[in-house]
Design a protein around this ligand. Structure first.
Ligand code: ATR
Length: 276
């Protein structure tokens, strides 16, 4: 009998990861015979854990916090979007045994915004809050949608300025500190800071969001995050968290591994229904 193809997510902490659930739902839906597990892997044992996993016949890995940069270093080949984002969330073993690294976070976000929520990025004024790894992972796919403006605001302005340089070949980005936000307005505001996980918000002025604009928190939680609540208070047309992005980035990884695109909407609906 043929062995079942093995996949896993590595991270720390990993206990609450929804990835095993999502990939098992995809496998059920598509009839693909795979096994997907979660493993707690600290950064200092990452390389060893990757070696063991693939030596034992593993086919593909997802890597989450704090391992995405290590996975980027580890990959022997990179997709263009992974190269630019300096982070890898998906490793796939190629036929010659080498490891391909991809970053499906940005495309997952764009798909959730445009396809699932009908939000147009083309010609939109877009603001990203935060200039860390999460922000780096989404900039390329956002620029590809040709927004009229992309501003990155960060507590440490130099980090936002660095991103404008790193992505200069793809499109124009501007950078500022939070103190430069009053008086400006955006159609889409994305929270890519890690602040909302600790229920905090960067300082945001009134009228930052255009009428009927969209707020999107890359983080997700069972309850509305601080940023999602802020969006609701601004009467946003949509105020969303990152659950849809999580499912969409998983679908891209599944496609890379199996060559089949799962239906994401029923999976998002199911996970949403289980939240409360
Ligand atoms: P991640 O991989 O989740 O992006 P990171 O690379 O550590 O994590 O980046 C965290 C981001 O959240 C940074 O932009 C950080 O701002 P600084 O670059 O100034 O550190 C931002 N951040 C974290 N806590 C914040 C807070 N309380 N207010 C505003 N920004 C915050």
């Amino acid at each position: 009998m043929k062995n079942i193809d093995q996949y896993a997510v590595f991270g720390q902490p990993i206990k609450h990861s929804k990835s095993p659930r999502i990939h098992r739902l995809f496998a059920e839906q598509t009839g693909e015979n795979i096994e997907y597990t979660a493993r707690e892997v600290p950064a200092d044992t990452f390389d060893e854990a990757v070696d063991q996993f693939f030596a034992a016949g593993g086919k593909g890995l997802n890597c989450t916090v704090p391992l995405k940069e290590l996975a980027w270093r580890r990959a022997e080949r990179l997709t263009e979007r992974a190269r630019l984002s300096k982070a890898v969330n998906t490793l796939a073993q190629q036929e010659d045994g080498s490891l391909l690294g991809d970053n499906t976070d940005g495309i997952g976000l764009v798909t959730d915004l445009t396809r699932n929520h009908g939000i147009t990025l083309t010609d939109a004024r877009v603001l990203i809050l935060g200039a860390g790894g999460a922000s780096r992972g989404i900039i390329g796919p956002i620029l590809e949608c040709k927004p009229s403006r992309l501003l990155i605001a960060n507590r440490t302005v130099a980090k936002a300025e660095q991103l404008t340089e790193d992505f200069a070949d793809i499109g124009k980005i501007s950078a500022c500190g939070f103190d430069h936000l009053p008086g400006q307005q955006f159609d889409l505001i994305l929270n890519a800071t890690s602040a909302s996980l600790s229920n905090q918000l960067p300082p945001l002025p009134e009228r930052l969001l255009a009428e009927n604009g969209c707020c999107y928190d890359l983080a997700y939680a069972n309850e509305a995050t601080a940023f999602v609540r802020w969006g609701q208070l601004q009467n946003a047309g949509h105020s969303l968290d990152g659950l849809g992005m999580l499912v969409e980035q998983a679908a891209e990884a599944f496609y890379l591994w199996r060559g089949i695109r799962p239906e994401t909407r029923p999976v998002i609906a199911l996970l949403n229904a289980e939240r409360h």
